[in-house]
Ligand binder design. Structure first.
Ligand code: TLP
Length: 342
């Protein structure tokens, strides 16, 4: 049976060019700073993202956690949107490993505005608590892959700085946001202190993320990466795929965003399914299912049996994600199967 994989862009397979590059990579021991491919990837990542330095980490989760540990001390507070991936999906690492208290913010569909920050800020004098960091997520996963603009990012940063907070961006899909807005990823994060971007999602590397910031931040984050068990020795083999992720795959992300828009419009034509098109910016589609039709879990199961893989990630909703391994024809085929099932 043919499989149309729409659960996540994390399921993308390395391209043939990446496989070749991984085989031929020149490598060394990265703990000694001697892996030339990792060094090259970090230099390129820093350049592309407009920061002084970059650190190659095994996963987005580790990149985010290393950033929290670097910016904050235990018992301090971190502001983040109430559906943030760090809060929702990262197994409570911010509390259990970093000892940090979350202060959950409201947002406009994942976009954190100055008023949301101001409404939740608790003055140090009242609470004897330091709020040291604001986390922004762009694109925002659970809010529908929604995008914060350059202006939104800058305004949030300005407010964070007024309150003495640093700013970290969970930019797992920052390049999808940049493609949607037709701006550079560097412009989106020019005023933040650190950002994590994933090479392993829409960019198709098998594994790996980059954490960027100033040199001092990256020196400290490197120590945290080591403590977290993320030093990877001859990981130049996978970093070689990361190089191609940055050089060859960024420019095609607009296709995934456009395919998702097409798919979302098609889903909206089916009775009992509903996608909020106002929030349909990038490659993640969150589709509401009328409970009279079936539950999201039933929908996931029924589609799965027909080879269309989706995921019931939120109550009453399924998520579908477009990426390099699903063509527009695959999407049209998936739509026909969805129609039949509904
Ligand atoms: N997201 C995954 C799942 O964990 C839900 C997905 O399929 O979307 N930040 C954001 C915004 C993410 O969406 C993810 C992964 C991460 C961080 C974590 O990245 P990894 O999986 O590399 O640790």
């Amino acid at each position: 049976m043919k499989i149309i994989e729409l659960r996540s862009d994390t399921l993308t397979q390395a391209t043939p060019e990446m496989r070749e590059a991984m085989k031929n990579a020149v490598v060394g021991d990265d703990v000694y700073g001697e892996d030339p491919t990792i060094n090259e990837l970090q230099e390129l990542g820093a350049k592309v993202l407009g920061k002084e330095a970059a650190l190659y980490v095994p996963s987005g989760t580790m990149g985010n956690l290393a950033a929290l540990l670097t910016h904050c001390k235990p018992s301090e507070e971190v502001m983040l949107e109430k559906n943030a991936h760090i809060y929702y999906f990262e197994r409570g690492g911010m509390a259990s490993v970093a000892g940090l208290l979350p202060n959950l913010l409201d947002s406009d569909n994942g976009v954190v505005k100055p008023e949301h920050i101001k409404a939740s800020f608790r003055p140090i004098a009242a609470q004897d608590l330091k709020t040291s960091l604001l986390v922004l997520e762009n694109t925002h996963n659970l809010c529908g892959g929604t995008v914060s603009t350059v202006e939104d990012m800058d305004a949030a940063c300005e407010t964070a700085k007024e309150y003495g907070m640093k700013v970290h961006v969970d930019g797992a899909r920052l390049f999808n946001a940049a493609a949607y807005l037709k701006v550079s990823a560097a412009d989106l994060i020019k005023n933040v202190d650190s950002a994590m971007v994933c090479l392993s999602k829409g960019l198709c590397a098998p594994v790996g993320s980059l954490l960027v910031g100033d040199k001092d931040f990256i020196v400290k984050a490197r120590q945290w990466r080591s403590i977290l068990g993320g030093s990877m020795r001859q990981a130049g083999h996978i970093a070689a795929a990361g190089m191609l992720a940055l050089t060859k795959m960024v420019d095609r992300l607009h296709i995934d965003n456009e395919n998702a828009f097409f798919l979302a419009e098609e889903l909206n034509k089916i009775d009992g399914l509903y996608v909020n098109m106002a929030a349909q910016h990038t490659n993640l589609i969150y589709c509401n299912i009328d409970p009279k039709l079936m539950t999201a879990e039933e929908f996931e199961k029924k589609l799965g049996k027909r080879g269309v893989r989706v995921i019931a990630l939120k109550t009453g909703m399924i998520r579908l994600v477009t990426h390099n391994d699903v063509s527009i024809d695959d999407i049209k085929e998936a739509v026909e199967i969805i129609k039949e099932i509904c």
